[in-house]
Design a binder for this molecule. Sequence first.
Ligand SMILES: Nc1nc2c(ncn2[C@@H]2O[C@H](COP(=O)(O)OP(=O)(O)OP(=O)(O)O)[C@@H](O)[C@H]2O)c(=O)[nH]1
Ligand SMILES: [Mg+2]
Length: 148
Amino acid sequence: MKRGKVLIIGPVGSGKSTLAKRLLGEEHSSAKKTQSLEYANWIIDSPGEYSQNPMYYRTLMATALEAKVLLIIQDATRKDSTLPPNFASGFPLTPIGVITKIDHPNADIETATRLLRTVLPIGDIYFTSSVTLAGIMELKERILSYLS
Ligand SMILES: Nc1nc2c(ncn2[C@@H]2O[C@H](COP(=O)(O)OP(=O)(O)OP(=O)(O)O)[C@@H](O)[C@H]2O)c(=O)[nH]1
Ligand SMILES: [Mg+2]
């Protein structure tokens, strides 16, 4: 059976592509800047600009038609959220929140959770590090349970 896909959104540099690699089992490789939608196996990775400029929201919406799950990324080191309140509910997908870079010395998980909750009022939030791999397996299992 053909598997559904997960669409990953979030601002520039928030760790989307690195997370995508970890989810696909690449434990050490690092990511180059994402210039366009990138399809790899069951993941659709988006450039951070698409989550920072409303001009691209239509593209994200159209791409969502190919996906089943929406992964919304909040960088634990950021003090702002680039997406509008309740953005997740505009997508006909199962949303999952992910707070990345929890290993980082500047990570502020409480603030990140509060920011992510404005975009995703309900739904699971996972806490991950692409450095220590914390939370990656749990997140992967949850995503795959929705995609199969
Ligand atoms: N400390 C730490 N750094 C991370 C983590 N994940 C990603 N990074 C770093 O964050 C930077 C940006 O990572 P990317 O995965 O390219 O970010 P992105 O969201 O794909 O960025 P765009 O493609 O520009 O939208 C890189 O320098 C990564 O090494 C993490 O879990 N912990
Ligand atoms: Mg990227």
